[in-house]
Design a protein around this ligand. Structure first.
Ligand code: CMP
Length: 167
């Protein structure tokens, strides 16, 4: 069982494609185990894209990912989730992505390619930790650990917090 981070970037949010993107992963049999909207800070963006620092497109990439509207960060789980998600997303440039992939069907430019998806188990865990560090709901953590398409839905009670909420 694997889990992976997916971002719907500002262009996907602005174009109203969140539902379409989620539907494609659900149709594949993957399971959404966490999701949240985030306005991305320059600090988070620079950590997430550290591997691209120094490349010609880096500054524009950081400017874009930190722009409004916000990003939707999600964790998807399932057998071979990392490969399945990247196959569903397609190659970086829409013009090089295979027909039927999200980027082929909805994107033309490398920068405005709608989604980000983790590329390895190590990067997936690091990216999930980076984007969901503050999520400490017990049910959320259980979902992150147990997300699986072949299991019955988890029995969850109401959301519990690790610390009592203050009035
Ligand atoms: P992503 O999967 O988020 O990982 C790195 C991102 O850099 C990539 O998607 C693209 O959005 C962006 N990118 C890669 N190559 C280029 C490029 N030549 N010009 C602009 N952006 C790029």
């Amino acid at each position: 069982m694997e889990r992976t981070l997916v971002l719907v970037k500002p262009d996907g949010v602005q174009r109203g494609l969140i539902g379409e993107i989620i539907t494609r992963f659900e149709n594949r049999g993957l399971r959404l185990v966490a999701a949240k909207f985030m306005k991305v800070s320059p600090d988070l963006a620079s950590k997430h894209y550290a591997v691209h620092k120094g490349k010609a497109f880096y500054d524009n990439l950081i400017q874009f990912i930190t722009s409004a509207p916000p990003v939707m960060a999600m964790v998807w789980a399932g057998p071979d989730a990392i490969a399945a998600v990247r196959q569903t997303v397609g190659k970086t440039r829409g013009t090089e992505a295979a027909p039927g992939t999200i980027r082929h069907d909805y994107a033309l430019q490398a920068r405005y390619n709608l989604t980000h998806a983790s590329d390895s188990p190590e990067n997936a865990e690091a990216e999930i930790a980076l984007w969901f560090l503050l999520m400490n709901w017990l049910t959320g953590n259980a979902a992150l650990k147990n997300g699986c398409t072949n299991e019955p839905p988890m029995k969850t009670t109401s959301l519990q917090f690790t610390k009592p909420m203050e009035d």
